[in-house]
Design a protein around this ligand. Structure first.
Ligand code: PLP
Length: 370
């Protein structure tokens, strides 16, 4: 979270019904359209990402609707549980938490079951460091001749990994503030296609707070139908400015470069990255498989005050996760990898070679985008 964003948040809160607010509202809505790469509406909620997940489901679906979802990791599993609690029938494709949603499987299931109303995909599985191929999933839906809606969670990819809501014909893209947008938690997003808006006219799952309609209506004038998270919107305006200044393509290239350097380090240590498919390596984080993951994390936290991501769900204790997303540069990555390397050595993991050196030489070779 960059200082610039934190300083922007730290400004007097203006009246969310007053005349100055509308300019802020219009500005952040236009900026978020750029980031989602959409010409359609973006709904901003004062919520965490989980709220934005719920909004995507309750605005588009009805009780008993069948949806297709993939067990790509912990967050896909939680989204599925939410869908079931809401009364949807989930067609669940089991997985080993090392791969993304399989486009061939999408086509096969939709061909054999035309009653599926929506496909739910987590673009970047934060629990595994695996990025699903959303453009290919869209092609698979079209190839199957299905009119199922495509609902995509970009909670840990938005603003870090290439994403195109309109070009990939995604119907609802779910996002939140606390990852690539470099803000504290507290804002949730839905980018909404025309098909999704039409579906919201028919959808019968109960909705009130999450209803897109009143927000889209109030947004036309730059306002929200309830009290806005004004200071987070100041931060969002600043974060959008930072992403614009760097250029989204450069932001994505920076994340890819840091991810490649991290993987070079893991390889040099003689350890294994959890993601099993080269096409699906996450540019936002890298999960590393190791027996004593929690011991390593504990030591690194206590000795170096650096917090690595824990293994979640069925990966508990078996991986640690290195985050390299958001406001991050070469020196931060070098420091991070030094901390991990020292932690590995101090906990007696037999390290094959210096991951830090491997990462630094990749960073030297790979030019920085300008
Ligand atoms: N989806 C993904 C991919 C996530 O990484 C997270 C949180 O880390 C969530 C959903 C849930 O978001 P939140 O914790 O903001 O409710």
């Amino acid at each position: 979270m960059p200082d610039r964003v934190l300083r922007a948040i730290d400004a007097p809160t203006i009246d969310h019904r007053g005349p100055d607010f509308a300019a802020l509202g219009h500005e952040v809505l236009a900026g978020m359209s750029e980031i989602f790469r959409t010409g359609g509406p973006v709904v901003i909620y004062p919520s965490s990402g989980t709220g934005a997940w719920e909004a995507a489901l309750v605005n588009t679906l009805s009780p008993g609707d069948r949806v297709l979802a993939f067990e790509t990791g912990h967050f896909a599993t939680l989204w599925r549980a939410m869908a079931e609690r809401l009364g949807l029938e989930v067609d669940w494709v089991e997985g080993d938490w090392r791969r993304g949603a399989d486009p061939d499987r999408v086509a096969a299931v939709l061909r054999s079951d035309p009653s599926i109303s929506a496909v739910m995909v987590v673009h970047n599985e934060t629990s595994t460091g695996v990025t699903s191929r959303v453009a290919e999933i869209r092609e698979a839906i079209d190839a199957a001749g299905s009119d199922a809606l495509l609902l995509v969670d970009t909670i840990s990819s938005l603003g870090s990994i290439d994403y195109r809501h309109d070009e990939w014909a995604v119907d609802v893209t779910v996002g939140c503030s606390q990852k690539g947008l470099m803000l504290p938690a507290g804002l949730g997003f839905n980018a909404v296609s025309e098909n999704a808006l039409a579906a919201s006219e028919r959808a019968r799952l109960p909705r009130s707070y999450w209803d897109w309609g009143p927000t889209i209506e109030a947004n036309r004038a730059g306002y929200w139908p309830y009290t806005s998270a004004t200071n987070l919107l100041y931060g969002l305006r600043e974060a959008i400015a930072m992403l614009r200044e760097e250029g989204l393509e450069n932001v994505f290239a920076r994340h890819q470069r840091h991810a490649a350097a991290t993987r070079a380090a893991v390889e040099a240590w003689g350890l294994e990255v959890l993601c099993a498919d080269e096409r699906e390596h996450s540019a936002a984080l890298t999960a590393v498989m190791v027996e004593n993951a929690d011991e390593i994390r504990k030591l690194i936290l206590e000795r170096f005050d650096m917090s690595l991501g824990a293994g979640l769900g069925r990966l508990a204790g078996r991986v640690f996760r290195i985050g390299h997303l958001g406001d991050f540069n070469d020196l931060m990555l070098a420091g991070t990898l030094c901390g991990v390397e020292m932690g590995l050595r101090l906990t007696g993991v037999p390290v094959a070679g210096s991951g830090v050196e491997a990462a630094l030489s990749l960073l030297e070779r790979e030019p920085v985008a300008v």
